[in-house]
Design a protein around this ligand. Sequence first.
Ligand code: 8QM
Length: 402
Amino acid sequence: MNASRSVPVLDLDPFSDDFLAEPFSRHALIREAGPVVWLERYGVWAVGRHSDVFAVLMDWESFISSAGVGITDFRVQTPPRPPSIILEADPPLQTRTHKILARVLSPAALRSMRVAFETEAEQLAARIVERGTIDGAEDIARAFPLQVFPDAVGLPDEGREILPAYGNMVFNFFGPHNERFEHAMANAPAVSKAVMALCERSAVTPDGLAAGVFAAHDAGECSYAEAGMLVRSLLSAGLDTTVNSIACALVCFARFPEQWNRVRADPSIARNAFDEAVRLESPVQTFFRTVAKPVTIGGIELEDGAKLLMFLASANRDPRKWSDPDTFDVTRKTGAHVGFGAGIHRCVGEMLSKLEGEILIGALARRVARFELTAEPTLNYNNTLRGYAQIPLTIHANGKPT
Ligand code: 8QM
């Protein structure tokens, strides 16, 4: 084994309130300790440097997803919802399902959403400028995706209200069985059942993303049950992620007002500004893989069956990769960040998320001169996601004294 190598052992708990309140300084400790470290509290390996996180993401044969991408090993424990057939799957299944969702979320499909997104973004921007004093987490970050995304999927109005509770369950599940996990999972069977009811062909409109998934079933690319599971994946992956990305972007704009001024001066950089916020804050902080054959990282052997934690957020601020990694720079070249993953599991909804971000930020840039924090934002603690419960803001309108 690793008798002759010194394995860095850390007793950090990456799922504790303490760690989540200020994860970034802890990530530096992990990166400095070595290419791979042992987290003794949970008995798992972890990587935090960009090059190692990226290498693990790319090597899906050594680091599999089908045993779960949380700390729970599906080969030992039964997960509270049937495994995702895209996230918690390996090729060849994942290749087939990814292809279906990639087509459903293709540029052509997204083009038809632009007008509806713009209309909603304009109304929202006008509304918050009118009000002046808002909670950016609720009135912008949750309000926008919660309206446009279920519409785009083709969900009925009735039943959508379950989605926040479902997201809370999905993203806390990836962590250990801490208090947050227990609380989020309290109603798991009922919540799962309500969500699956939204994933029936009879429940969705004939022109949305869900209908596109059922069309793939009609074409013989998947079973009816698999189509329902892929609609579930849209609902699992598409909402809380975007909500938190927008919340993170708002906090960045409030904390770096000169960067907001650059977006106002040239709204065509809104999309890159959104991507830079994803790099800096990493709404998806972590995911696990499971070691499927003996491998080494930095000369240290990882045993078959071990869980390995990837600190995506740490890779996104690794000074080995980024200059001024802690600085929000809306014109930075963001291409190499791993906030949307990398390799075969790279986010299939990335372009939809960026379309939402671009359109919303663009609409805000035309009306808002400054986002002023009137109190510290409060974090929403979650085992996977970084986001905000509240962002108390005064909105200063364009063309008025600030
Ligand atoms: C995270 O259920 C799913 O397929 C699924 C759930 C969560 C995600 C992705 C897929 C990465 C955003």
